[in-house]
Design a protein around this ligand. Structure first.
Ligand SMILES: [Zn+2]
Ligand SMILES: [Zn+2]
Length: 157
């Protein structure tokens, strides 16, 4: 995923909500937790952690859904696609559902989380794997490793 390909746009299923990403992700992830399995109706969720200043909703008005607890999960009010998450207590980043990007192919998951809840057959190409979540102090190392990984893996078109 190269910065040249920014900004990149994305949308929900019905395209009533569109968004623009103008900053490179600090990390890309697949989450196998049962909550993500339910919300994505699939084996795992895919996300790209984007600096909040580089994320803009350009069309439509997302609404909060999911468990409606401390993490704010935003959905399209019409087609109900899960769009992005503003994690509790972290205002600097938005966790964008990478599969909604118009060209998601370069957003390979670098890290996978909650493998202890994963479906037995589910696998991803992630190079860092965690039974639950990494400890907060591991994030600087992970972000650095992702930066090197994304430089060595040019965006596929
Ligand atoms: Zn929609
Ligand atoms: Zn999850």
């Amino acid at each position: 995923m190269s910065v040249d390909s920014l900004p990149i746009e994305g949308s929900c299923r019905c395209e009533r909500v569109r968004f623009s990403v103008s900053a490179a992700p600090v990390i890309t992830m697949a989450c196998h937790c049962t909550g993500c399995q339910k919300m994505s109706s699939s084996a795992f969720s895919l996300s790209a952690l984007i600096p909040a200043s580089g994320f803009t909703v350009t069309q439509g008005c997302p609404v909060i859904g999911g468990m409606q607890a401390v993490d704010r999960h935003y959905f399209c009010p019409h087609c109900m696609s899960w769009l992005f998450t503003r994690p509790h207590g972290i205002d600097e980043f938005v966790n964008v559902r990478a599969a909604l990007l118009d060209n998601a192919s370069g957003y390979v998951p670098f890290m996978e989380t909650w493998t202890r809840e994963k479906l037995p057959w589910a696998s991803t190409p992630a190079v860092e794997s965690f039974a639950q979540l990494p400890e907060p102090q591991e994030f600087p190392r992970l972000m650095q490793a992702y930066a090197e990984f994304s430089r060595s893996t040019p965006a596929s078109q």
